[in-house]
Design a protein around this ligand. Structure first.
Ligand SMILES: [Zn+2]
Length: 394
C-alpha cells in the first residue's frame, strides 16, 4: 500500500493512481501545494505514476448505473478532439476485458496521458497509463489510415489489459516478463478480433509477430525466454523475444489446449494471485491444471533454450485411403553462427503440437498430436493420393 504526497504548482493539473484526498498549501512556498492521494491497494511500486502539467481533457463514462468508470484522456493543449477514436477503443477494451477476465476493473477511474515527449510503446501504469501521442491520437489527416488505426487499437488493447496483467498480478521476477508481455500481445489480437472481426487480426499476427520473432530468435544475440536475469539486465528484457516469441508460444498453447480453457487459465491466474506476484511456472501450472494436458513439459525447451525447430516432411506412403507421413525436426541453423552455438542448437529437441488439415476442410484439423521425438510417423485416414494436406505449427 502506498500513500503519496507529491508537491505541485497550483497552476498545473496533477493526476495519479488514486483520486485526490486532500490539498493543502505548502508551508514555505505559496506557489506550491501538497496533494495527498487516497491510499492505494497492495501493488507493485513499478506500476505507480504521477503526472503534473498542463493538459487538455477528453472524457468518457463506461458502464451502467451505479457502477461507472470515469475515463480521462489527457492530451497536449488543443489536441483532445483527436482522442475520440482512442476513447472508443478504450471503452470497447474495458468492456471486453471485464468480461474476458471475469473481474471488473479495480478502480472506478482510469487516466491516460498522451505526450509528445514519451518513449514509444507506452507504459501500462495502474490507473494512469502514459504513452506517446502518436499511439493514442488520430490526426485528421490519418482518418482513412488503417495502419495508424490498428496501431492505436493495439496500443490501447495492450495498455488496458495491463490494468489486470502486470498490475492486479505482477511477475515475481523479470525472468517471467515473457508471460506478461507475451500474453498481452496475444490479448491484443484476441480483443481486436472480437471487437472488429473484419480486421482479420489473426492473419496479421503471422506478419506482425511470428515472422519478427523467428527473425530475432535466429540471431546469435537471442536469449532464452526464461533465463537468469540480473538487476542490471532488466531493461534489456523488453525486446521482441519477450513480447514476440513469448506471444507465439502462448498462441501455440492457446491452440493446443483450446481457446476456452486458455481463457479459464488466465481468469484463475488473476483470481489466485490477485494483489500479489506469480512466476511463469505458476502460470504454466495453472494452464496444466485447467486443461489436464502436459503444458509444463511442452513449454520446457521452448522457454529454457534459445532458437526454434524446423520441421520437414521426409517421406509419405499411401496404403489405400491411408497415408503414413514421416516428419523430422531439427534446430533451425542460421548461416552465420559459431561452432559452439551450432552444437548448442543441434543438441536441442522440442515438443511440438501438430495439427493436420485436409483440403476438404482446411480450418478443422483431422489430427492433432504432440511430436515428442526427433523423427515421428503418423497416419492420416480416409484420404486419397491427390488430396493435399497442411502440417502447421506456430
Ligand atoms: Zn506491456
Amino acid at each position: 500500500m502506498i500513500q503519496s504526497q507529491p508537491i505541485s504548482s497550483t497552476a498545473h493539473i496533477l493526476i495519479s493512481f488514486q483520486p485526490i484526498q486532500v490539498t493543502t498549501p505548502h508551508r514555505s512556498n505559496h506557489h506550491l501545494h501538497v496533494v495527498e492521494f487516497e491510499p492505494t491497494p497492495v501493488m507493485s511500486t513499478y506500476g505507480l505514476a504521477f503526472a503534473v502539467g498542463e493538459f487538455e481533457l477528453a472524457q468518457r463514462h463506461v458502464g451502467t448505473f451505479p457502477k461507472f468508470i470515469n475515463i480521462g484522456l489527457h492530451t497536449p493543449l488543443g489536441r483532445s478532439g483527436e482522442g475520440q477514436f482512442a476513447l472508443d477503443w478504450i471503452q470497447g477494451c474495458i468492456e471486453f476485458y471485464q468480461d474476458y477476465f471475469d473481474i471488473p476493473l479495480k478502480m472506478d477511474k482510469l487516466d491516460i496521458l498522451s505526450l509528445s515527449s514519451h518513449v514509444p510503446g507506452g507504459l501500462g501504469n495502474w490507473s494512469l497509463i502514459t504513452c506517446h501521442e502518436s499511439e493514442f491520437l488520430l490526426e485528421p489527416a490519418a482518418e482513412d489510415d488503417i495502419e495508424a488505426k490498428i496501431l492505436i487499437a493495439r496500443t490501447v488493447s495492450h495498455l488496458i489489459a495491463h490494468q489486470w496483467i502486470g498490475s492486479l498480478v505482477s511477475m515475481d521476477w523479470w525472468n517471467s516478463l515473457w508471460v506478461t508481455e507475451g500474453l498481452l500481445t496475444v490479448l491484443e489480437y484476441t480483443s481486436i478480433h472480437s471487437l472488429e472481426p473484419e480486421l482479420d487480426m489473426w492473419h496479421r499476427f503471422v506478419g506482425d509477430v511470428v515472422l519478427k520473432a523467428l527473425e530475432a530468435d535466429a540471431l546469435r544475440s537471442t536469449h532464452p525466454l526464461d533465463g537468469d536475469v540480473q538487476y542490471s539486465e532488466i531493461k534489456e528484457g523488453f525486446d521482441v523475444i519477450s513480447s514476440g516469441k513469448g506471444a507465439v508460444i502462448l498462441r501455440m498453447c492457446h491452440q493446443y489446449i483450446g481457446e476456452s480453457l486458455f481463457q479459464t487459465g488466465i481468469q484463475e491466474y488473476l483470481k489466485r494471485f490477485s494483489h500479489g506476484t506469480a512466476s511463469s511456472v505458476d502460470f504454466l501450472n495453472l494452464l496444466e491444471e485447467v486443461s489436464k494436458k502436459p503444458v509444463r513439459a511442452l513449454f520446457d525447451v521452448w522457454i529454457k533454450k534459445s532458437g526454434f525447430p524446423l520441421l520437414k516432411i521426409e517421406d509419405f506412403e499411401c496404403y489405400g485411403s491411408t497415408r503414413v507421413v514421416t516428419v523430422v525436426q531439427e534446430a533451425f541453423l542460421p548461416e552465420t553462427i559459431d561452432s559452439n552455438y551450432r552444437s548448442y542448437l543441434q543438441r536441442a529437441s522440442w515438443i511440438i503440437p501438430i495439427q493436420v488439415s485436409l483440403a476438404r476442410n482446411p480450418y478443422i484439423p483431422v489430427k492433432e498430436f504432440l511430436m515428442e521425438k526427433r523423427i515421428q510417423r503418423f497416419k492420416i485416414q480416409d484420404t486419397n493420393f491427390h488430396e493435399w494436406f497442411l502440417v502447421n505449427y506456430t
